[in-house]
Structures are given as structure tokens and as C-alpha cells.
Design a protein around this ligand. Structure first.
Ligand SMILES: Nc1ncnc2c1ncn2[C@@H]1O[C@H](COP(=O)(O)OP(=O)(O)OP(=O)(O)O)[C@@H](O)[C@H]1O
Ligand SMILES: [Mg+2]
Length: 241
């Protein structure tokens, strides 16, 4: 590892809901420009990790630093201003607004230091969306909604995108499209923290992977290392290699 400050660093983070502690001493680091995946079974704490980073859930102890600054106690509006963007499992687009309006709204709420993509540039990037720019969000397919949710993060000027199961429920050929979009984001210099239940998608995209189990990081390494580690795949991910 370099001695540069990581873009994002979690150090011994505990977090949960009310009395329920979900994350235990969770530590991870992401360098600028990486795609890092966080994988684990249902209920392992993946979404809670993203919510803690974003400031939707406040850690009860430990530290979350972004560009070397403590963001542990910032709320989601403040973290978005710094260039973090969460694309949640539910995708959270506005069903009654058109595709263009969804993007315009995102352009108001995002990062302060903007090298963000304009709405027009985003529509050029996502051809499927451009064809439907006047259609309501609710009329989009699952894959198109995912693309719109990712396009919103781009328009908001995100430097770090947190993707919560972007390929869930999508047909295989759409999964391929979404994977290409994630690679394209990364080529634009955007750092990605990717949650995937589909281990093969995570392995194909990620530079490094963390495995989370019962709120703790139990393994970390490259995709090649994880692919070769049948015990970890079987024990924590239920994947038979
Ligand atoms: N709002 C909440 N209030 C109370 N408990 C919650 C809440 N959200 C999640 N939990 C609990 O926290 C634990 C971790 O949930 P989390 O959603 O982080 O898991 P996950 O790894 O994202 O799972 P999945 O793969 O199903 O999305 C689970 O036991 C879950 O029941
Ligand atoms: Mg989840």
C-alpha cells in the first residue's frame, strides 16, 4: 500500500439501529480510482456499511475519513456536498418525473466543487435514457432505472459512488450493460464501492474485495485471490467454485 491518504477509510466502525449493533470494528480503505467490492450474505451488514459512510446511519464508535477528513458525524446532505453518492438498492428515482427532470433535480443536490456532468452530457452518455428523456421514471425498465440512478450520481458530481446491488433483479444481458457502465464511470476517474450478491459481477469488476460476515470484515484480497479461495467462497458466500 502507498503512504498516500486513502480516498475513504473506515476504522473500527461500530454502527446499527437503536439497540441493535450491526457493524463491529469494521475497517476498510479505498484508494482513489479503485473499484472495491464488498460482498457477503443477506443481512451481513453491507447496506448498513454504505449508510454509515453516507451519513444516513451514524456510527456509535470508530472513524470514517474522506480525503483524510473525519466525516463520521456528517449527515447525508453534507457527505453529498463532499462528492459522495449512494445509489441505493431501491434505486430511488422519482417515478412521476421524466428522465430529464430526474437528472435536473440531481444536478441541484450534489457536490460543491463541481466537475459534474451536465444533464445533456449525461443523456449523451446513456443512449437508452436519451431516447426516453421525456418519459416518466415509472415507465422505465429495471435496467433503465438503474442507469438513471447511476446517471443521477454522475450529474450530482460524485467522486465516490456507493452502489448497492446494482444488478439485482436484472436480466443477464442488462447486467452486462450495467457492468460496462460501472467500468465507464471508473474510466472517468470515479472511485466505486460496489456491493454485489452476484460474486461473479463483483469479481469481474473489482480491483480488490472485502468479504463481510455478521458485520465484520473476515477477508480481503484481489479478485484472483478470492477466486482461488474455495474455502472463503463456500463459507461466507455460499459459492461453489
Ligand atoms: N432499519 C433497520 N432497523 C433495524 N434493523 C435493521 C434495519 N436495517 C437493517 N437491519 C438489520 O441489520 C442487519 C444488516 O442489514 P443490512 O441491510 O445492512 O444487510 P445487507 O448485507 O445489506 O443484506 P441484504 O443482502 O439482504 O441487502 C440485518 O440483521 C437487518 O435485519
Ligand atoms: Mg443490503
Amino acid at each position: 500500500m502507498s503512504d498516500r491518504v486513502p480516498l475513504l477509510e473506515l476504522e473500527d466502525v461500530d454502527a446499527g439501529y437503536g439497540e441493535t449493533r450491526v457493524l463491529h470494528d469494521l475497517s476498510l480503505a479505498i484508494e482513489e480510482g479503485e473499484i472495491v467490492s464488498l460482498i457477503g450474505r443477506n443481512g451481513a451488514g453491507k447496506t448498513t456499511t454504505l449508510r454509515s459512510i453516507m451519513g444516513i446511519v451514524t456510527p456509535t464508535s470508530g472513524m470514517i475519513a474522506y480525503r483524510g477528513e473525519d466525516i463520521s458525524h456528517l449527515d447525508a446532505t453534507a457527505t453529498a456536498r463532499r462528492g459522495l453518492s449512494l445509489v441505493p438498492e431501491e434505486r430511488q428515482i422519482f417515478p412521476e418525473l421524466t428522465v430529464r427532470e430526474n437528472l435536473e433535480l440531481a444536478s441541484y443536490g450534489g457536490a460543491d466543487d463541481v466537475d459534474s456532468l451536465s444533464v445533456d452530457a449525461a443523456l449523451e452518455t446513456f443512449e437508452n435514457l436519451a431516447e426516453r428523456e421525456g418519459n416518466a421514471g415509472s415507465s422505465l425498465s429495471g435496467g433503465e432505472q438503474q442507469m438513471l440512478a447511476i446517471a443521477r450520481a454522475l450529474v450530482a458530481g460524485a467522486d465516490l459512488i456507493l452502489l448497492d446491488e446494482p444488478t439485482e433483479g436484472l436480466a443477464p444481458y442488462i447486467v452486462q450493460d450495467v457492468m460496462e457502465i460501472i467500468e465507464d464511470l471508473n474510466d472517468r476517474g470515479i472511485t466505486v464501492l460496489l456491493i454485489e450478491q452476484n460474486v461473479h459481477v463483483g469479481l469481474a469488476l473489482a480491483d480488490r474485495n472485502y468479504v463481510i460476515n455478521q458485520g465484520e470484515i473476515v477477508w480481503e484480497g484481489t479478485s484472483a485471490e478470492l477466486e482461488a479461495d474455495e474455502e472463503v467462497l463456500d463459507r461466507y458466500l455460499g459459492v461453489t467454485a
